[in-house]
Design a protein around this ligand. Structure first.
Ligand SMILES: *Cc1c(COP(=O)(O)O)cnc(C)c1O
Length: 412
């Protein structure tokens, strides 16, 4: 229980919230309660000024000299080093590049090549689609197999043929959080590497890759990190593996001396070997502004508020909406979940549409999931309270029955 029994108590909690000043640092649209920051984070106000500067001054005026004078060339590792403390990585272990999907491809291929004689990528059914698609594609190209086993049986399924275990730390639908340290240890015990997808974790829940002795990780820049639509993603390779693992995409930015213009490929000594082509400077600059906001807060406040917001949402839905057939799809134990909360409902799609019409933006995941992302930097307890009141009213008025919401399912 949250100790918030009335809207006034939620507002009092907001008044005492150490993260309260952060809300004004975001360009939140008026009249909207945005519960979708786990899908596309909100625009930080400073990003607008940074974009203006990068475009008009750095690109417009300084042109090609900016690769040096504004350190464009250093951006992938510089921004990677800003992500490192959020995921328990050391400087030099994280680089920002490409998309999460492309980074999955690079690291899965590197892992398979590093474990000769092993031919299985092990994952779970229902993992985020791109993870499974990329894993099956890599497996096909490299003569390996993708095997999926439910997460609660994954440990016993790591046999002598498994080269790499690929798991998403916080599940995109249910928010179920896996035990990173235990599963990593099990993979190592069986001689396999582990690759964690942190897309739904980074910036919202505590992650300690080196504490778990993890090998590899990838994650998203546009969710809780607020890097903007299609922001470049990141990848982590533990320092102890960097000299050995090779990227299958041996592009010139991963070369030890890209500007020597030689014919032969020689990978950079550190994490930069996992770069491929010219870095997307506008996207990196936007992501850097999103990350800068995390420098101003105590991350323990972020994770504590994530738990408090999600607990409030669950409690309020159960108090106000119990009669309407919503089924909690997210673990009740805060230690076992990430920073979003999902409910199953036969009319989840229509409910989501009615909520959006009323200014509460959550999202729908087929076939029956209504999902609410709880972003501690810019959401208030009163937001969560009011969102649940709107949900209650929609259910009570049977607004999901509105023929306008009975259209064919949207592709999301
Ligand atoms: C959002 C997300 C992705 C996104 O991959 P992109 O290549 O950026 O489209 C991948 N994996 C997981 C688990 C995600 O939640």
């Amino acid at each position: 229980m949250t100790g918030m029994a009335t809207l006034e108590e939620a507002q009092a909690r907001d008044a005492a919230d150490p993260l309260r000043p952060m809300r004004a640092r975001f360009a939140l649209p008026p009249g909207v309660i945005y519960l979708d920051g786990n899908s596309l984070g909100v625009l930080p106000a400073a990003t607008m000024a940074r974009m203006e500067r990068v475009v008009t001054r750095e690109w417009g005026q300084d042109l090609i000299g900016s690769w040096n004078t504004h350190d464009w060339i250093g951006a992938p590792t510089r921004v990677g080093d800003r992500i490192a403390p959020l995921i328990g990585a050391a400087p030099g272990e994280v680089v920002v590049a490409d998309s999460t999907s492309a980074n999955l491809f690079k690291l899965l291929a590197a892992a398979l090549a590093d474990r000769p004689g092993r031919h299985t990528i092990l994952s779970e059914p229902g993992n985020f689609p791109t993870d499974l698609y990329v894993a099956s594609g890599v497996a096909e190209f490299m003569g390996a197999t993708l095997k999926t086993v439910p997460a609660d049986r994954i440990v016993e399924a790591i046999d002598a043929d498994v080269a790499v275990v690929l798991l998403t730390h916080v599940h995109y639908k249910t928010a179920r959080k896996l035990d990173m340290a235990a599963i990593t240890a099990a993979a190592h015990g069986a001689g396999a590497l582990i690759l964690w997808d942190l897309s739904h974790s980074v910036g919202a829940v505590p992650v300690d890759l080196n504490g778990a002795y993890a090998d590899l990780a990838v994650g998203c820049g546009y969710k809780y990190l607020n890097g903007g639509p299609g922001a470049p993603a990141f990848l982590f390779v533990a320092e102890r593996h960097q000299a050995r693992l090779r990227s299958p995409l041996s592009g010139w930015m991963g070369h030890s001396a890209p500007f020597a213009f030689g014919d032969g490929y020689d990978p950079a000594p550190g994490i930069a070997r996992f770069l491929c082509g010219t870095p997307p400077i506008l996207g990196l600059a936007a992501l850097e502004e999103g990350l800068a906001l995390f420098n101003e807060v105590d991350f323990a406040d972020v994770t504590a508020k994530s738990v408090a917001l999600s607990t409030l949402l669950i409690d309020r839905v159960e108090q106000r909406c119990a009669a309407f057939g919503l089924e909690l799809a997210t673990p009740r134990d805060p230690a076992a979940r990430g920073s979003h909360v999902s409910f199953r409902h036969p009319h989840a799609y229509a409910l989501c549409q009615a909520l959006i019409e009323d200014g509460v933006v959550g999202d729908f995941r087929a076939p029956d999931i209504l999902r609410f992302g709880l972003t501690p930097l810019y959401l208030s307890y009163a937001d969560v309270w009011q969102a649940v009141e709107k949900l209650h009213d929609i259910l009570e008025q049977r607004r999901w029955d509105d023929p306008r919401f009975r259209v064919a399912m949207r592709v999301t």
